[in-house]
Design a protein around this ligand. Structure first.
Ligand code: AMP
Length: 295
């Protein structure tokens, strides 16, 4: 496979996109922070199937990572990432420096209210989704993708980005792709490298807890507290106290009392396990409960 073209500047990125557009090509964007795993690669393959010019951005965005989080230790390996991207049919790796993205004097923030104030927004603080919305708005303006591909693992991020694009009239189709998991169900994450052997074994319990909640729904439970308790019992049984574990509406993230009708519930969880803060979720439906196979 051909190595992707590595682009460092916004001006060059715009030129590459303009050339593709004048050749009548569609443009797909996969925003990432690098340290690729199969979850990232699945988004790239989906982009290669759906669009002509596939751009993967690789930028460890300092504004979405808190002062007491892991900006300095976040795993980085651009050469490996470029090789992996080549195998998925990626055309461009857009890997700008922090000063290219945030030059001296940069002062804009894209802030959404409401859906950013719960779950990870409540626990990591408002900087997190401000950072996400601002950098993704910039990427959308620079790359002007027809379709942007995000992972369902970060379900709240998908909803925030979709609303941001809608509110700011950015003409992009924000597509959510299924969570890719290890064989025991753990959602793949760049931060899984922080898990030592004991923590790695504990981490699979998150998947089991979500599965227990889904089984409760399949058995007819509709009361949100009872559904959440089914998951909490599994976590607590393994000595895990989640940072949050909540059943919310899968569009605007309001808290649900019950799972009803054709609506979708998002059962979302975050937990500190060993040195890693892990998140995962499962979409629950009252009417038809999908089997979410490990993949
Ligand atoms: P990150 O590099 O962690 O910012 O993630 C870049 C993109 O990959 C985001 O849209 C994530 O939601 C997505 N992603 C991360 N982990 C997974 C996974 N296990 N399955 C599918 N997509 C994922």
């Amino acid at each position: 496979m051909k190595e992707p073209r590595i682009v460092r500047t916004i001006a060059e990125m715009r030129r590459v996109v303009a050339a593709a557009r004048s050749a009548g090509e569609s443009v797909g964007l996969v925003p990432t922070m690098g340290a690729f795993h199969d979850g990232h690669l699945s988004l790239m393959r989906e982009a290669a199937r759906s669009t002509d010019l596939v751009v993967v951005s690789l930028f460890v965005n300092p504004t979405q990572i808190g002062a007491n989080e892991d900006l300095d230790t976040y795993p980085r390996d651009e050469e490996r990432d470029a090789r992996l991207a080549a195998d998925q049919g990626v055309d461009v790796l857009f890997a700008p420096t922090a000063s290219e993205v945030y030059p001296d004097g940069f002062s804009a923030t894209v802030h959404l209210s409401g859906i950013t104030e719960v779950l990870c927004g409540a626990h990591r603080g408002p900087h997190h989704f401000d950072g996400v919305a601002t950098v993704v708005a910039k990427l959308f303006n620079i790359v002007t993708p027809d379709v942007a591909f995000f992972g369902q693992k970060d379900a709240q991020q998908v909803l925030v980005v979709r609303q941001m694009a809608r509110d700011l009239n950015i003409p992009v189709d924000v597509r959510a792709c299924p969570t890719v998991r290890e064989s025991d169900g753990l959602a793949m994450s760049s931060r899984n490298v922080y898990l030592d052997a004991a923590a790695r074994a504990d981490a699979a319990v998150i998947y089991e807890a979500l599965a227990a909640a889904e089984q409760a729904v399949a058995a007819g439970t509709r009361d949100a507290a009872t559904i959440v308790d089914a998951a909490r019992t599994v976590l607590n049984g393994a000595g895990i106290v989640p940072e949050y574990l909540e059943l919310r509406d899968n569009r605007d993230l309001h808290l649900l009392d019950r799972l009803e009708g054709s609506g979708e519930g998002l059962l979302a969880v975050a937990a500190q396990i060993g040195d890693a803060r892990l998140i995962d979720n499962r979409v629950l439906r009252a009417e038809s409960v999908p089997t979410q196979a490990v993949r």
